[in-house]
Design a protein around this ligand. Structure first.
Ligand code: PEP
Ligand code: MG
Length: 566
């Protein structure tokens, strides 16, 4: 038995038989012919046809991924389409073909240069090289008429898939019932492939390094994504530990070691995610992103469709709470039929509650009608409703008046309804500074650290060029969270967190110490976060959190919290 270490990416473990995935091996280029013998026009036509075929493939992969793992994760395929149409790449490839380079060689050369440029960068930017490889391999496969290689969608049960790296397309095609785990030589926790593996609940350890290459196919392996280890030929005791962890019933509600109860809820971005969230032991839903009901269609969903979707989620969590967020589009989320204005700074423009109150009041009222009717749906979970991207008290007042007006209409029509608890998302610095007043006006606050980090740090969450700035561990973001919880503590409102930060088990102690009553996350991390909560000693945790709040840099925060990361 021997243990290799990497970065735990999906905090689950699995045991199975190693199988190498080497897609590059199927894409050997033919010998390069003399330039004079190459017909540039024919090569350009071949390249154009390959691009069209790949575009169709990418769109198909996007739709499949959206159905299986949700819209947000599927967005990576839109980035792939942008690489496919990148004018600089395309122009360079066409120029090379005009000078007598065959299409496959031109694609391979130009993509190699772009991949090298990305690899020279730090952190998440370097991981975009994997996205480029994905697009390159698709193009080469189309140009060379190559078979898709090992069919990752059809692996035998109990496979531990080993690869140099996995592309997002490969990962989205995996069958979680067959794949016991994934281990890769390179790659990080925030690469898109890693995010998709998490959404599919496949145990994964990435970035194991050279030593993984020595593992032969057919070897028994344990992949432990909680501790970031890959155990080669695990002995019976080690297997048993993994089995126990996998089958340990997820504890119901959990409290810290000294008895502070914390709600651990799930974020849900598609209908398909509701049942797995309940299976993983989530204490209800802390963020139901209603956008998925509005995307990929020609017109908005009806009141009845929205009522159905929300009541289905309520039925999956009897006795718990389901927090539904009203429509949050604009910014990076475009909905063609809504005719959203073109803006030079969409993240600072008409998005979230601003669109609902100012531009699409009709949609907002229809959604509220569905929600108030669902709130009266007896016997299941309690419904709560929250508003995204609030920055002014007047928005909360308007939204609450809209709730009252819709309730009055339903009353007059004799339609059964109830007024749910109402909350506000804290995603802007304005909401942080107003947190006490907001908390007085509503039942709860939910901190959306994805956007809050973007606005506190002035760093676009979608722009890889500023990924190092979009950092929830920066002391300024921690202080914004602390300020919010401290202000709300003076009121009766509870405070949750539903940004990605809430699902990082290494930060659970800090977040609980900062006073969060609820953490809401991608369902797969629920068991790991619950386990951490039960180990927390509140006084020691608060002392460490105070030290973190006093830090000036991320590096100091990482050091104070004893985190194993750069
Ligand atoms: C957030 O901003 O942290 C959040 C949870 O909302 P979304 O990621 O959907 O913008
Ligand atoms: Mg947000």
């Amino acid at each position: 038995m021997r243990t290799l270490t990497g970065v735990g990416s999906t905090p689950l473990s699995g045991v199975g038989t190693a199988r190498w995935y080497r897609p590059e091996a199927d894409l050997t280029l033919p010998e390069r012919p003399a330039p004079a013998t190459v017909d540039g026009d024919a090569e350009r036509a071949r390249f154009a046809a390959a691009r069209d075929a790949v575009r169709d493939d990418i769109r198909e992969a996007r739709d499949r991924a959206a159905a299986r793992v949700g819209e947000e994760e599927a967005a990576v395929f839109e980035a792939h389409e942008q690489f496919l149409d990148d004018p600089e790449l395309v122009d360079d490839i066409e120029a090379a073909m005009a000078e007598g380079t065959p299409a496959p060689h031109a694609v391979s050369d130009r993509f190699a240069a772009a991949i090298e440029q990305f690899e020279a960068l730090d952190g998440p930017m370097a991981e975009r090289a994997d996205d480029l490889r994905d697009v390159r391999d698709r193009l080469l496969r189309a140009l060379l008429d190559a078979a898709p290689g090992t069919d990752v969608a059809d692996l035998p049960p109990g496979t531990v898939l080993l690869a140099e790296r996995l592309t997002p397309s490969d990962t989205a095609a995996l069958d979680p019932a067959a794949v016991a785990g994934i281990a890769t030589v390179t790659g990080g926790r925030t690469a898109h492939a890693a995010i998709i593996a998490r959404s599919l609940s496949i145990p994964a350890v990435v970035g194991v390094g050279e030593s993984l290459r020595d593992v032969d196919a057919g070897t028994d392996l344990l992949v432990d994504g909680s501790d970031g280890r890959v155990v080669v030929d695990p002995d019976a005791a080690t297997r048993e530990q993994a089995d126990t962890a996998a089958t340990t019933p997820v504890p119901d509600r959990v409290s810290t070691a000294d008895g502070v109860p914390i709600t651990v809820a799930a974020n849900v971005g598609s209908e398909a995610e509701v049942a797995p969230a309940a299976e993983r032991g989530a204490d209800g839903i802390g963020l139901f992103r209603t956008e998925f009901l509005f995307l990929d269609r020609e017109s908005p969903p009806t009141e009845a469709e929205q009522y159905e979707a929300v009541t289905a989620a309520l039925s999956a969590f009897p006795g718990e709470q389901v927090v539904v967020r009203t429509l949050d589009v604009g910014g990076d989320k475009r909905v063609p039929y809504l005719d959203l204005p073109a803006e030079s700074n969409p993240f600072l423009g008409r998005r979230g509650i601003r669109l609902s109150l100012d531009d699409h009041r009709d949609l907002f009222e229809t959604q509220l009608r569905a929600l108030l009717r669902a709130a009266a749906h007896g016997g299941d979970a309690d419904l709560a409703v929250m508003f995204p991207l609030v920055s002014r008290m007047t928005e909360v007042e308007s939204a609450l008046s809209a709730v009252d007006a819709v309730a009055a209409d339903l009353e007059a029509e004799g339609v059964p309804h109830a007024i749910p608890d109402v909350g506000v998302m804290v995603e802007t610095p304005a909401a942080v500074f107003l947190a006490g007043r907001l908390a007085d006006a509503v039942d709860f606050l939910s901190i959306g650290t994805n956007d809050l980090t973007q606005y506190v740090m002035a760093a676009d969450r979608e722009n890889d060029g500023v990924a190092a700035y979009h950092d929830p561990l920066h002391p300024a973001v921690l202080r914004a969270v602390d300020r919010t919880t401290a202000a709300a503590a003076e009121t009766d409102a509870w405070v949750g967190m539903c940004g990605e930060m809430a699902g990082d088990p290494a930060l659970t102690e800090l977040l609980v110490a900062l006073g969060l009553d609820e953490l809401s996350m991608s369902a797969v991390t629920v068991p790991a976060v619950k386990t951490r909560i039960r180990q927390i000693d509140s006084a020691a945790a608060r002392a460490r959190a105070d030290e973190a709040l006093a830090c000036e840099t991320r590096a100091e925060v990482v050091d104070v919290l004893g985190l194993d990361r750069d």
